[in-house]
Design a protein around this ligand. Structure first.
Ligand code: NAD
Ligand code: UD1
Length: 341
């Protein structure tokens, strides 16, 4: 199949592109490099030993998309293109709604115009909101999101659900990611945040490599076993594999299906810090700071449905996630800005 990855040069997209190329699919990447760079695409090809077709373009731009879809006829779209910084979305909601929602609408319009019916969407556990009990199950009602970023995901899920209801040919798979971390074991691709990392694992990795002095743990007085928040961290290569299976599922079914992609196992901030220290042999100095606004004490996935229906399971453990993150960070202390390796 030929699969178009909108946002395919980014963190999750680059790992998904490698996985799809290695499985024998053809890949078209469309990315405006708002949060990535062409070097990532070069490295995808280096790992896979094959070319991906790559277009630098804004996914909101319907005319350009149409030209790309005509030049490289597409069987399935994976939509990963989005702005994802939670704090920034609170400060700049209009940009987030414009970018995230318009990219989705443009893709749907161009798919309709060119007769493409299969769509896989990067959603997030954030759509479960604050109200739901843990572990989260796909059958639960969505909740109230704590940020405009979260609401864009919730709204895009609704848009895709409505589009599928109106078009019996459309197949939509909503993948609700939990907390992706880790990197490809080659150390060639990984997460490369611009500026100060918002998320825990890239922050730990930058402390380990000497780019930041210490980690601040946002609160140790939560009602959890060690007082720090717990999350369901999942290796990005397991996540990539989930996309490959979702593409195949979308091809064989119609309508909308939702899958949690998580391990089903919670891990606390302190446990992750200690696992990273063990995997890297580097100590991570930390201080305890105040809680971060909007943080939930703990959540993790019930991932039974993905196992039963897609035959997918997250096989890599926390130790492997830390080892691969460290391998990427120590080989690329400045991320892709360090250039070729
Ligand atoms: P990322 O920022 O590394 O990748 C997103 C890519 O989309 C980037 O390469 C960026 O340049 C591109 N992009 C953004 N807007 C675009 C536009 N208008 N046109 C073309 N390209 C555009 O982020 P990621 O971590 O790889 O996340 C991928 C998707 O998964 C996002 O939609 C994100 O919201 C979602 N998600 C991520 C996480 C996570 O923790 N990383 C969790 C849940 C959901
Ligand atoms: C955050 C987002 C969520 C998004 C997800 C993946 C918020 C409120 N939520 O979730 O919407 O889907 O990222 O992109 O931003 N931590 C520290 N110190 C740090 C960084 C994080 O202690 O420097 C803690 C946090 O308090 C949290 C845990 O580490 O308890 C994980 O944080 P993070 O990686 O940002 O993920 P989420 O909070 O799950």
């Amino acid at each position: 199949m030929r699969i178009l990855l909108a946002g395919g040069a980014g963190y999750i997209g680059s790992h998904t592109a490698v996985c799809l190329l290695q499985a024998g699919h053809d890949v078209t990447i469309v990315d405006n490099y708002a949060n990535s760079c062409p070097e990532a695409v070069r490295r995808i090809e280096q790992i896979a030993g094959r070319k991906a077709d790559c277009f630098q373009a804004d996914v909101k731009d319907r005319d350009t998309l149409l030209r790309i879809f005509r030049e490289k006829p597409v069987d399935c779209v994976i939509h990963l293109a989005g702005l994802k910084a939670v704090g920034e979305s609170v400060r700049n909601p209009i940009e987030y709604y414009r970018n995230n929602i318009d990219t989705t609408l443009s893709l749907l319009e161009v798919m309709r115009e060119t007769g493409v019916h299969d769509f896989v969407f990067s959603s997030s556990a954030t759509v479960y909101g604050e109200e739901n009990p843990i572990p989260y199950l796909e059958t639960m009602k969505k909740g109230s999101c704590s940020s405009p970023y979260g609401w864009t995901k919730s709204m895009m899920e609704q848009i895709l659900t409505d589009a599928a209801a109106a078009d019996p040919e459309l197949s939509v798979v909503l993948l609700r990611y939990f907390n992706p971390i880790g990197a490809h074991p080659s150390g060639l691709i990984g997460e490369d945040p611009q500026g100060i990392p918002n998320n825990l694992m890239p922050y730990i990795a930058q402390v380990a490599v000497g780019r930041r002095e210490h980690l601040t743990i946002f609160g140790d007085d939560y009602d959890t076993p060690d007082g720090t928040c717990r999350r369901d961290y999942i290796h990005v290569c397991d996540l990539a594999e989930g996309h490959r299976l979702a593409v195949e599922y979308a091809h064989e079914h119609r309508g909308v299906e939702i899958f949690n992609l998580g391990t089903g196992k919670p891990c606390s901030v302190l446990e992750l810090v200690h696992a990273f220290e063990e995997a890297s042999g580097v100590s991570i100095p930390y201080v305890i700071g105040p809680r971060r606004d909007g943080d939930l004490p703990q959540f993790w996935a019930n991932a039974d449905k993905a196992r039963a229906v897609l035959g997918w399971q997250a096989g890599r453990g926390i130790g492997e996630m830390c080892r691969d993150t460290w391998n990427w960070q120590k080989n690329n202390p400045e991320g892709y800005r360090g250039g070729r390796i």
